[in-house]
Design a protein around this ligand. Sequence first.
Ligand code: CMX
Length: 438
Amino acid sequence: MILHEQIASQLPSWRERYKSLAKEHGEVVVANVTVGQVIGGMRDIKSLVTDISYVDPATGIKFRGMSIPEVLKALPKPRGAKIPYVGGLYYLLTVGEVPTREQAEAVETEWAKRADVPDYVFKMLKSMPRETHPMTLFSQAVLALQNNSVFARRYHEGMKKDVYWEAALEDSLDLTAKLPVLAAFIYRLKYFGETKKPKYNARQDYGMNFARMMGVADVKGYAELARLYFILHSDHESGNVSAHTMHLVGSALSDPYLSFSASLNGLAGPLHGLANQECLGWLIDVKSHMGGVPSREQLYQFAWDTLNSGKVIPGYGHAVLRVPDPRFTAQMEFAKARFPEDELVRLADLVFDVVPAVLKEQGKAKNPAPNVDAISGTLQYYYGVREFDFYTVLFGVGRALGVTPNYVWARALGMPLERPKSLTTAMLEDVVAKAAAA
Ligand code: CMX
């Protein structure tokens, strides 16, 4: 398999670099940790390593060193399409090089071969109460697939440590291949009561398959959006909740299914992936309060009313970024190029104009600019996917494309069990007292 060969050829030099850092430079200090960071969610503590993506606070995400516009330009595209193959992105994240058309298509072919989902998973989903949140269903479906894990089976057969990554890659390809099928099935089941098993078509790419299985009206248009959405949501370095959860659980040598199901549970939180459903809800609230797209003044007042009622403005702010999220910009460009007159797109654009100033006036948010969620729901809404609570599932399909290559490389480099140290409150107070006395 193409990804296997590429990783195998790079592995000796990566292992050498990694080993040298650990063995020869293990005592070098990277950074100091403050009390504020310890009690403040470990914010900004430099304590994870990944070469797959990096979030620069001043410019946003880089995938293997490439900005989003560079990635969208460089990756090969299906014929007649403007948005690249998802398989090409997977190749880039896993291998670290821009693939040729053949290489991107080889990943797509690999997914098509592995997309079949066993019947018992659909049965399990059908037996769940209809009101179950789609993220719960999605995470359960991933967990239900775990008994197919090559990693778990081979581990119990005594697999050697230096080939863990090969089993991890097998599972990662199997898992990512099945996610569009699972997500589309959950969508059709939950909102339309349909129980037919979706069929992956080997002649269509990942995005087109997803669009068709979702049953939207404009399959071609939605396939473009699906590709863009999955690419943009794939990775955001390692400290965010979903990526870090995958890494942490994986560090216990839990297989990719166990780890990704946990990752999805983190993504389901309102401060993380669930924000996209809340953001669109807020935009629609604005629209229904004002009977359409409001004036700047009305929007300014509405934003202040939201803040004064103790709520956050969803889609704005970020733990690391200090500029508009380039993932927001890419989606806004997509919308403006295709349906600039759409009311919600115009409203999202107006919000982008007004809300940062309101947040600046309030003076709390460190970053008053929009994040990825400020627009993503609006695009789904346009194509008729209007069930807000489903949006995090879409984020989950995308996120798998980043966290699984990270998992593979973590096993390839022999990354150890994660085990930070905790202190008691009294110990921290003691640290503070000693610092004051010094
Ligand atoms: N509206 C109102 N207040 C906000 C705000 C917003 N959009 N963003 C930040 N703040 C407030 C915080 O609530 C915090 O207030 P307190 O001091 O009273 O607790 C203060 O500003 C400082 O927060 P921060 O350091 O700037 O932001 P954090 O790193 O703590 O949190 C985030 C980041 C994204 C959770 C926060 O900006 C937020 O809640 N935004 C709205 C929800 C959202 O859009 N989430 C999507 C995240 C995207 C992703 O997961 O990828």
